[in-house]
Design a protein around this ligand. Structure first.
Ligand code: PMP
Length: 360
């Protein structure tokens, strides 16, 4: 590789580990990627199969049909929507388009890993603001803003803490930002919160707010990689300039459209997640493992120390239960556990009970 070197910033990116993959043997339960344990809606599988017959053709370049469906369901102007290969790609577009060398990309202490990766890949400087007891601190974010802050990322609910802040706090943050900064409210888990619009009303009301959403969580399409963003028309125009013309495949577009129109299935998934999340949090607490009230499809189980969390992770792995270590998020004494189906929740709770009872 003589003379061939990466752009500055790239080598500071730690290669992504964990999440997908892993052993999917017969008795293995994967609770590490916040996937929907009920799977995709049947309507989406049918739409995908129908679209597959046309796979010799390039897909839509403007995603008009999917944008129209999203617009109808959420009451948003389709002209102000953009679709990407997961919301990860939308985050990447935002950094590419708005942050370069010398610019700062700000996010909370336990913020989602893609904010840092995308900021560094764009040559910008990631900046972290402290949280208060694993909850986003708006004052700390405002204090951390500087002349070159271009983007402020905030997941609400947040990953991996599961906590969220109120709409008044989001508005206060948007109002307090310097002129050159765009607030990005990442709503990957917004659908799990009944009656919450993910920040859409704030985007409609203010020019300096953008919202991202995904089909990977509640809609059960993580493997297809579809996400979307909502922002002011000028921001969408800028992002479309960095978007490749055929970024989403036709089967993925068709499945996502079917999934978002299947309101009954989405509601069933939301209700079932809330039921099992409450059950799991209570069961773990009874075994001496507390968690913050989660608003998402996972809980952050807190152990006494990083050593205990690691030992618990190893204990679970031996029993075919794959959960997520979150030391990379600055939470080494915790494990993030996706809310699985009833059987998976019982298995993981029983195993943690056995671990805490000294059966290790
Ligand atoms: N934001 C947050 C907070 C997430 O947890 C995730 C998925 N782990 C994403 C964005 C990206 O999701 P996707 O690219 O699958 O849409």
């Amino acid at each position: 590789m003589a003379g061939i070197t990466a752009q500055p910033g790239i080598m500071q990116i730690a290669p992504y580990v964990g999440g997908a993959g892993g052993d999917r043997g017969a008795n293995v339960v994967k609770l590490s990627s916040n996937e929907n344990p009920l799977g995709p809606p049947a309507s989406a599988v049918e739409a995908l199969q129908a679209a597959a017959g046309e796979m010799h053709r390039y897909p839509s370049t403007d995603h008009a049909s999917l944008r129209a469906a999203i617009g109808e369901v959420h009451g948003l102007d389709p002209e102000r929507l953009i679709c990407g290969v997961g919301s990860d790609e939308i985050i990447t577009f935002l950094c590419q388009a708005f942050a370069g060398p010398g610019d700062e990309v700000l996010y909370p202490e336990h913020g989602f890993l893609m904010y840092k990766i995308s900021a560094l890949a764009a040559g910008a400087t990631p900046v972290v603001a402290p949280e208060r007891d694993r909850v986003v601190d708006v004052d700390a974010l405002l204090e951390a803003c500087a002349e070159r802050t271009r983007l402020v990322f905030l997941a609400n609910p947040a990953n991996p803490t599961g906590t969220m802040i109120g709409e008044g706090e989001l508005a206060r943050l948007a109002e307090g930002l310097p002129d050159q900064a765009l607030l990005v409210i990442d709503g990957a888990y917004a659908e799990y919160v009944e009656g919450y619009d993910g920040g859409a009303a704030l985007v409609t009301a203010r020019d300096n707010v953008f919202m991202t959403r995904t089909f990977s969580k509640l809609y059960g399409l993580g493997g297809l990689r579809v996400g979307w963003g909502y922002g002011k028309a000028e921001v969408i125009d800028i992002l479309n300039r960095v978007r490749g013309p055929f970024n989403l495949s036709a089967p993925a577009l068709a499945a996502a459209e079917a999934a978002i129109r299947d309101r009954a299935y989405a509601e069933r998934c939301r209700v079932e997640n809330a039921r099992m999340r409450t059950w799991l949090a209570r069961a773990l607490a009874e075994h001496g493992v507390p968690s913050d009230t989660s608003c998402a499809n996972f809980i952050l189980a807190r152990f006494a120390s990083a050593d205990q969390a690691q030992a618990a992770d190893a204990f679970l792995q031996e029993r075919g239960l794959i959960v997520r270590q979150v030391g990379g998020y600055g939470l080494p004494a915790a494990l993030r556990i996706t809310v699985g189906d009833e059987e998976a929740c019982i298995r993981v709770a029983d195993a943690i009970g056995a671990f805490m009872g000294g059966a290790a």
